[in-house]
Design a protein around this ligand. Structure first.
Ligand SMILES: Nc1ncnc2c1ncn2[C@@H]1O[C@H](COP(=O)(O)OP(=O)(O)O)[C@@H](O)[C@H]1O
Ligand SMILES: [Mg+2]
Length: 299
């Protein structure tokens, strides 16, 4: 079995070393092609013989179009993709992903996409105050704000409605019970491999590790397990980091599902957890579909 991990750069980082160790254990032939170099190549030059069984894509919401196109092409050439380009695109869009989750009967906070005609009064009527404001595509907590007062909301609306409209934003119910904490559940190939409660720094309402949050060991109940597995399934992800917000009465609602979740904090919180090993074990189930050779693509 041959596996590629597509990510940026050539450095043999600690994360790559972990993958290498896990691959040796499972007798997987593991390579780290540089996606930047590969995605600039003429697509016709991809050598069919050299292609792997599985491609693990560590591209996040910031993936470039040509990088996603490369992944699409590898899929068409029969490689199994962890995660597929279309699934990465949808998961990276908090509004689209929220709709799909809701259509699958999963709990998500009520959302309003910011438009030209959005008014502060309508937002307060629908969501109350405080209200959460965030970029539709974002990560690491950047730009995620808690707006507490009507003047602040009016101000935010004025500022963003004056922008060129390239960047989309949404408003969302504030889940007060989850202030400064959430539950990250790591799912690989339909199974939960680890989880942690994330607690934000100081009085920050965001629990992101990138904003100084910390992971703590946490016992998962049946409801959290069920929602997490169904969320990842609904979004067609092989690897997903589901962020659950705690609701009053002991329930959950889904904040977002990350297609490229980090490993280190969750491994720190769970000393026996080896995410790289869990992912490569998931890969073994998917040998390359060689029947899908390029000449058969247009049937
Ligand atoms: N509706 C909400 N209610 C309460 N807390 C929230 C809400 N939305 C986001 N948060 C907090 O902010 C953090 C970042 O929000 P998120 O939507 O996941 O953006 P990012 O993609 O930047 O991580 C979440 O992990 C959570 O702690
Ligand atoms: Mg998040």
């Amino acid at each position: 079995m041959k596996v590629w991990i597509l990510s940026k750069g050539k450095k043999f980082t600690p994360a790559r070393q972990n993958f290498k160790k896990a691959a040796d254990l499972l007798q997987i032939d593991l390579e780290f092609p540089d996606i930047r170099a590969l995605s600039k190549k003429d697509p016709a030059l991809l050598d069919d013989e050299a292609l792997p069984d599985v491609v693990i894509s560590r591209l996040g919401a910031a993936a470039k179009k040509r990088e996603l196109a490369l992944i699409d092409q590898l899929e068409k050439q029969g490689c199994y993709i962890f995660n597929r380009a279309a699934a990465i695109r949808v998961a990276g869009n908090k509004y689209e992903a929220g709709k799909i989750l809701a259509m699958n009967g999963l709990p998500v906070p009520k959302k309003t996409l910011l438009g030209r005609s959005t008014t502060a009064d309508a937002l307060v009527a629908d969501h109350g105050l405080p209200i959460v404001f965030k970029p539709v595509r974002g990560a690491k907590g950047d730009g995620v704000q808690l707006i507490r007062t009507l003047p602040d909301l009016v101000d935010t609306l004025k500022r963003t409605q004056q922008q060129d409209g390239q960047k989309q934003y949404l408003f969302e119910d504030f889940i007060a019970h989850s202030h400064g904490r959430d539950l990250r559940v790591f799912v690989v190939s339909g199974e939960i491999v680890g989880n942690m409660q994330r607690v934000g720094r100081g009085d920050d309402f965001r629990a992101n590790i990138a904003k100084g949050g910390r992971g703590h060991k946490h016992a998962l109940d049946a409801a959290a397990r069920d929602i997490s597995i169904r969320a990842v399934q609904a979004l067609n992800l092989d690897i997903g980091g589901v962020d659950l917000l705690f609701t009053e009465g002991g329930g959950y609602t889904i904040c977002e599902v990350n297609a490229s979740p980090g490993f280190s904090e969750i491994e720190k919180a769970n000393p026996n957890l080896n995410i790289a090993l869990a992912i490569l074990k998931g890969c073994i189930k998917h040998p390359r579909n060689t029947a899908q050779s390029p000449s058969r693509l247009i049937a």
